[in-house]
Design a protein around this ligand. Structure first.
Ligand code: NI
Length: 247
């Protein structure tokens, strides 16, 4: 069940049975020569919708722009600064708390969001802890789950792609979007086949170190068939984890 396709009466009825909502969160940033700029939003969104169908969970509209300052050296990338993203998450969660939601299952598609999302959770808990009467908010629980860390997914990526999986514009995430959006498959030469790895700082530094945008990956190995396997593996792991969180 998706919030954007529901009526307020349907949400009222949902809240009689469940206080948990799935919040997909991603990023709008370059993903190398054959990866879609929407990759990090499309992956958690498609998994969240499937997870919602399996479990009956309500799925909030995707927060599709994340913390991606280091990708601004590439055309099309968009970022929120950390403080803005914290505000977006706080306002979203606080709005939903007002209606009675208590558990927030953030399904994430972008490693660069992790620190900021956890900072936003700390702000939300501080708000509960510092309230004059904490009773109304004391049940609030937020959880961040990276889809690529769902049970079995990293092992499957390793089996499918070995060291070519990399850490940005990965074979796994590109495969997942190829499975879900087969009409948007792109192909490109990868030179060198496996991209360099290493640390980075701001956008100009990132562009210098990783000229085509990839880190450590060779996403020319991506395929919709691999994407289907990864999607099914991730969904099974997420279902187990969501049910435990929501119970
Ligand atoms: Ni990504």
């Amino acid at each position: 069940m998706e919030l954007r396709f529901s009526t307020w009466q349907e949400v009222d009825a949902y809240l009689q049975d469940s206080k948990t909502i799935i919040q997909p969160i991603g990023s709008t940033e370059q993903h190398g020569p054959n990866g879609l700029i929407g990759t990090d939003a499309l992956c958690p969104e498609s998994l969240a919708v499937a997870l919602g169908e399996k479990t009956g969970a309500l799925v909030a509209p995707t927060i599709a722009v994340g913390m991606a300052q280091h990708h601004l050296g590439f055309a099309g990338s968009v970022t929120l600064r950390p403080s803005t993203l914290i505000a977006v998450i706080q306002d979203t969660v606080n709005s939903l708390i007002r209606h009675g939601f208590e558990r927030f299952y953030f399904l994430n598609g972008h490693g660069g969001n992790v620190a900021t999302v956890n900072a936003a959770f700390a702000e939300i808990y501080a708000q509960s802890s510092m309230a004059m009467t904490a009773a109304d908010r004391s049940q609030v629980r937020c959880k961040l789950v990276n889809w690529w860390q769902a049970e079995g997914v990293m092992a499957l990526s390793e089996e499918l792609f070995g060291e070519a999986e990399g850490s940005h514009a990965t074979c796994g995430e590109v495969s997942l979007t190829q499975y879900v959006y087969p009409h948007s498959i792109k192909s490109a030469e990868m030179d060198p086949p496996i991209a360099p790895t290493g640390p980075f700082y701001d956008a100009a530094d990132y562009r210098r170190r990783f000229p085509d945008g990839r880190i450590g990956s060779n996403p020319s190995l991506a395929s919709p068939e691999a994407g289907e396997k990864l999607f099914k593996k991730a969904l099974a792991g997420l279902e187990k984890d969501y049910r435990a969180f929501s119970a």
